[in-house]
Design a protein around this ligand. Structure first.
Ligand code: FAD
Length: 389
């Protein structure tokens, strides 16, 4: 039985979440293990996600989307991650870019990108990190220099999720490299795949989070029109990226909850089937204590997640809440997947069970969209503001 928060949702939304749950049970879980072990891009599942409208989930209805609020969307993400976290990663990066366009783009940019992004044919990728700048976003070195009616983008971006299969990228670059502090001189550009000078130079093999393309993109004098500048004004990019990262952190927290839920589901089932010393291991108190702790932590993370999502839905700044949800959920996920592996004993260490995949997927939650250390810094900064003496 899934542990679920009693979130009052209207009937339409409940139906969609139930449909996603059925889709995950029938079509994702049966194929996820093989696709993951082969590190295969899930083309067929992507087509089904398109049909379900998942790529349009948070895009406003006026631009062809379902117009979900984040409190609903995170429940969809949980469900998908319960089946295969990688699949949720493909969707989340896209949703984040669509959010940045909807929230910060010009009307022309919204009209141009959102309807095709809602269909899922044009998918998004986020280009913030570089080889020498991950946590320290202000240290990026990519530049965008104005030349007449164009900007010319130079530099490279690392770790781009959807780097191979996305067709529009939100790219953070320095438009005023001399600005102090540096964030004041940064802007986001919407860059389409196929622009001359834009290439995928390599992809990464990873511990987990397989099936998803993680790539390095090289921008070698890529000319983009002025209309590519997100929101039409220079110097706003850092703010746009940070507001996108709030969504990203809520997304990762939802993935962590879904992944931990999958590990818990498998563990409590196995614990009732596996017998030692004459009784199911679920009847040994040591195992019961683990199960109780796992379920409690998952539920606590889910509550933090809902709180952050609702604040984002109210249009309020939520870096504190998103940071807390992401920190707690990702650390919880790491613990719960390890406990699930322990409950499976030796079998947990084999590829015959899904629990080894959950265990390999969990550490990415600790890094993606900002590490736990960075979440703590964000949280502490906000707390010191709020509790200023
Ligand atoms: C699979 C994968 C997919 C990704 N997808 C994307 C993507 O789509 N788009 C994108 O832009 N990026 C993406 N990233 C990048 C990700 O956001 C960064 O890896 C992450 O922010 C950490 O940056 P870094 O790797 O440079 O580590 P670093 O910043 O070098 O940090 C190294 C260590 O130092 C710690 N640290 C750093 N600064 C401090 C500090 N001030 N105080 C205390 N500790 C500190 C960190 O917590 C970490 O433990 C992805 C990464 C991975 C692995």
């Amino acid at each position: 039985m899934d542990i679920s928060l009693d979130t009052p949702l209207d009937a339409d939304k409940q139906l969609i979440i139930a449909e996603v749950r059925r889709f995950v049970d029938r079509e994702v879980i049966p194929v996820a293990r093989e696709l993951e072990h082969d590190d295969s891009y899930p083309f067929a599942l992507i087509e089904k996600l398109k049909q379900l409208g998942i790529f349009s989930a948070t895009i406003p209805e006026a631009y062809g989307g379902l117009g979900f609020d984040f409190a609903t969307y995170v429940q969809v993400v949980e469900e998908i991650s319960r089946g295969w976290m990688s699949l949720a990663g493909i969707v989340n990066t896209h949703v984040l870019v669509a959010y940045m366009i909807a929230a910060h783009g010009t009307e022309e940019q919204r009209q141009r990108f959102l309807p095709t992004m809602a269909e899922g044919d044009r998918r998004g990728g986020l280009c913030i990190s570089e080889a020498n700048a991950g946590s320290d976003v202000q240290a990026i070195s990519m530049t965008a220099t104005r030349h007449g009616e164009d900007y010319v983008i130079d530099g490279s971006k690392l770790w781009v999720t959807n780097g191979v299969h996305a067709s529009v990228f939100a790219v953070l670059a320095r438009t005023d490299p001399g600005a102090q502090p540096p964030y004041r001189g940064m802007s986001v550009f919407l860059v389409e795949k196929g622009m001359p000078g834009l290439t995928v130079s390599r992809t990464f093999e990873k511990l987990g989070y397989k099936g998803v393309d993680t790539a390095e993109l090289v921008f070698d004098a890529v000319h983009v029109p002025l209309a590519s500048l997100l929101g039409g004004r220079e110097g706003e990019g850092f703010k746009h990226a940070m507001s996108g990262l709030e969504v990203g952190r809520i997304n990762v927290a939802a993935r962590a909850v879904g992944l931990a839920q999958a590990a818990f589901n498998d563990a409590i089932r196995y614990a009732q089937l596996r017998t030692t010393f004459g009784k199911p291991i679920a009847q040994h108190q040591a195992i019961q204590l683990k199960l109780a702790d796992m379920a409690t932590k998952i539920e606590a993370a889910r509550l933090l997640l809902q709180k952050a999502a609702r604040k984002k839905d109210r249009g309020e700044r939520c870096d504190l809440e998103a940071g807390m949800a992401k920190l707690f959920a990702s650390e919880m996920c790491q613990e719960v997947t390890l406990e699930a592996l322990r409950i499976h004993g030796g079998f947990g260490y084999t590829k015959e069970f899904n629990v080894e995949r959950y265990y390999r997927d969990a550490p990415f939650m600790l890094v993606g969209e900002g590490t736990s250390e960075i979440q703590r810094l964000v949280i502490a900064r906000q707390l010191l503001e709020q509790y200023k003496v």
